[in-house]
Design a protein around this ligand. Structure first.
Ligand SMILES: Nc1nc2c(ncn2[C@@H]2O[C@H](COP(=O)(O)OP(=O)(O)OP(=O)(O)O)[C@@H](O)[C@H]2O)c(=O)[nH]1
Ligand SMILES: [Mg+2]
Ligand SMILES: [Zn+2]
Length: 322
């Protein structure tokens, strides 16, 4: 025991199981068990989790003469985050949770059926990504199921709304393999990809399709409720054989905005931000003001009524609980 030295370094949190963490010095994959002892100095965060998957941390660990860890490590400091995704448990809750940090691309996985992803959820997720500077791509999964006229129309509408808003969309089917190769290539290009979306949309299945060596837990959808069970419970970074890193997240139910003032919300709708400069009054809530460029854009169809309704919904919700 007298031979032990203390090694210190910087690593990325690749797994969080509640009280324990796994760290690795990416792009190397050599996970080390670590814990937080005592108080960590936090940068003014109100989150319930002081350390999130994706965090870059400083750590120390006792090592033997050959430099091999002889015990678990200790996280001593969380380095400033490039970005993160944070949510409130419910709109009423003051508690918030950092889902993940230092994300290169957030993939929002959406399905129009089995389960149907509610559109306000999509917009709340997108607003959060804009607010915290996380680049996002939408994956429309389970396209194999969109065979009825109604679902095809819905898919068309979905594409036009979110393309107009300025988001990249990819059509995906884990079942037929549509889009999977392209997505794999993107994920392997490096960096951390976050897979997010409500329960049952196929996040874990998609990760497995991207790299069959990975095995995130998947489950059958409960037909009774047409809603997935929450199979994934711990956040985790998976290293792909192509050199990428993917975070699977548990299905998210609600998505409350965190620390976003009502008057800021419209700035996180890229299509509103583009025209808001032309509003006659500033600040403008884009709800009733004469000469409002956003209202005009909704009127003439450049801004989709669906997105605008989402905006009004958020404005109302965020105003109410303050
Ligand atoms: N038809 C069809 N089913 C799919 C597709 N992708 C996934 N599924 C099915 O959807 C169900 C849920 O998939 P999961 O990968 O567990 O979903 P998840 O998003 O990880 O769910 P949580 O972990 O609960 O958040 C499984 O039964 C999958 O087989 C697809 O492209 N088409
Ligand atoms: Mg899952
Ligand atoms: Zn306006």
């Amino acid at each position: 025991m007298g031979e032990n030295r203390i090694h210190t370094g910087t690593a990325t949190v690749v797994k969080n199981t509640g009280s324990h963490y796994l760290l690795s010095e990416l792009p190397q994959w050599k996970p080390l068990n670590a814990v937080v002892r005592g108080k960590l100095r936090l940068s003014g965060s109100t989150a319930t989790n002081p350390v999130a998957v994706g965090d870059r941390v400083e750590y120390s660990v006792p090592v033997d003469a050959d430099g091999n860890p002889v015990d678990e490590g200790t996280i001593t400091k969380v380095l400033p985050r490039k970005n993160y995704i944070i949510r409130k448990s419910t709109n009423l809750s003051r508690q918030c949770h950092i889902l993940a940090s230092n994300i290169d691309t957030a993939y929002l996985i959406v399905t129009l059926d089995c389960p149907e992803t509610k559109w306000p959820f999509i917009d709340r997720f997108l607003v959060t990504c804009e607010a915290y500077k996380v680049p996002v791509t939408i994956l429309l999964n389970k396209t194999d199921l969109y065979v009825t006229e109604e679902l095809q129309a819905k898919s068309g509408l979905f594409h036009s709304i979110y393309t107009d808003a300025g988001y990249p969309i990819m059509d995906i089917s884990v079942l037929t393999g549509q889009g999977v190769d392209t997505l794999r290539e993107q994920c392997n290009r490096g960096g951390i990809s976050l897979f997010s979306g409500v329960s049952g949309v196929g996040k874990s299945s998609l990760i497995k399709a991207i790299d069959p060596a990975l095995d995130p837990k998947t489950s059958e959808i409960s037909d009774k409720y047409r809603q997935g069970r929450h199979t994934t419970t711990f956040y985790e970074i998976y290293p792909t054989s192509g050199g990428g890193f993917i975070i699977d997240t548990p299905g998210i139910r609600g998505f409350g905005l965190v620390d976003i003032e009502p008057e800021e919300i419209s700035t996180y709708f890229p299509e509103m931000l583009r025209v808001a400069d032309n509003c006659r009054y500033k600040p403008c809530t884009h709800t009733h003001e004469p000469g409002c460029a956003v209202l005009e854009a909704v009127e003439n169809g450049t801004i989709s009524p669906e997105r605008y309704m989402s905006y009004l919904g958020m404005l109302e919700e965020e105003g109410k609980y303050r």
